[in-house]
Design a protein. Structure first.
Ligand code: C5P
Length: 250
């Protein structure tokens, strides 16, 4: 059956009514970045982690989730590394799309268009650089949001005291951390709504920010700090310890 592609609505109207067809769940993994803060010549998603390239771990967890129909991975158009690994264990469930953009939001937008999802399908956008995602995180996210009109994100309440710095690296003031949460991924929205949000929003660092700019309030689904993003070299060691301790089970 030919699938109808995501059509971008022209006006600033949130799509909150969906047809009666059973919505599917799909994952989309933006992996077209480089990860300059790792200070490595290999793009971050391909750094070795627990015997695999880092991106393997998120793809493995997403592909093992029975509720997710397809896992799209958005690669840089000139990516030469992805095809050098053996992804055959994931079969057709894993779909590489060579359409990444200059920024994360552009990679997600290009991936949404190339994936040809139905507007009312759910899409779970997950960072390639969050290798410690588990099936429990995924199940919780899907269970809490599948009946939601807006969608939402995995997140954790901020635990540390927050300091705002001046330009000289000294404390300007202490910020109130009450009701502050740290956003994680997956971020789960309807494909049509997300495409509309990203089209209307400029540069954002996560999908929820674009949806918020439409005047909507994504739900915060309590996650765990173990679903952290590998950003600095020391994060890699922590991720390796966690994955090895789990025996690489998802
Ligand atoms: O750099 P950062 O860790 O914030 O990137 C988060 C995710 O977004 C990574 O999986 C990265 O590969 C992806 N990304 C992308 N296209 C870009 C920049 C980042 O797909 N142009």
């Amino acid at each position: 059956m030919k699938r109808q592609a995501v059509v971008l609505p022209k006006r600033h109207t949130a799509v909150l009514h969906y047809n009666s067809r059973m919505s599917e769940f799909h994952a989309l993994v933006p992996a077209a970045g480089f990860g300059a803060r790792m200070g490595h010549e290999l793009p971050k998603q391909y750094l070795p982690l627990s015997g695999q390239p880092m991106i393997f771990h998120a793809l493995n967890t997403l592909c093992a989730c029975l509720e997710i129909a397809t896992v799209f991975v958005v690669l840089a158009p000139d990516d030469t590394l992805f095809h050098t690994y053996d992804w055959s264990r994931f079969g057709d469930k894993l779909q590489p799309l060579y359409c990444g953009g200059a920024e994360r939001a552009e990679s997600v937008m290009n991936g949404l268009i190339a994936s040809e999802l139905e507007p009312d399908d759910w899409v779970l956008v997950h960072d390639a650089a969050r290798p410690c995602l588990t099936q429990a995180h995924l199940s919780k996210l899907i269970a809490e949001l599948r009946g939601d009109a807006v969608g939402g994100i995995l997140a954790v309440p901020v635990a540390d005291t927050l300091k705002r710095a001046d330009s000289g690296g000294r404390v300007l003031r202490t910020e109130n951390r009450e009701q502050l949460w740290q956003a994680q991924t997956p971020q789960m929205f309807r494909a049509g709504l997300l495409a509309q949000a990203l089209q209307q929003c400029g540069s954002v660092t996560d999908e929820a920010s674009a949806v918020e700019a439409l005047g909507l309030r994504p739900k915060l689904v309590l996650s765990e700090s173990t679903n952290f993003k590998v950003t600095y070299p020391q994060d890699l060691l922590l991720a390796e310890l966690l994955l090895n301790q789990r025996g690489n089970r998802t």
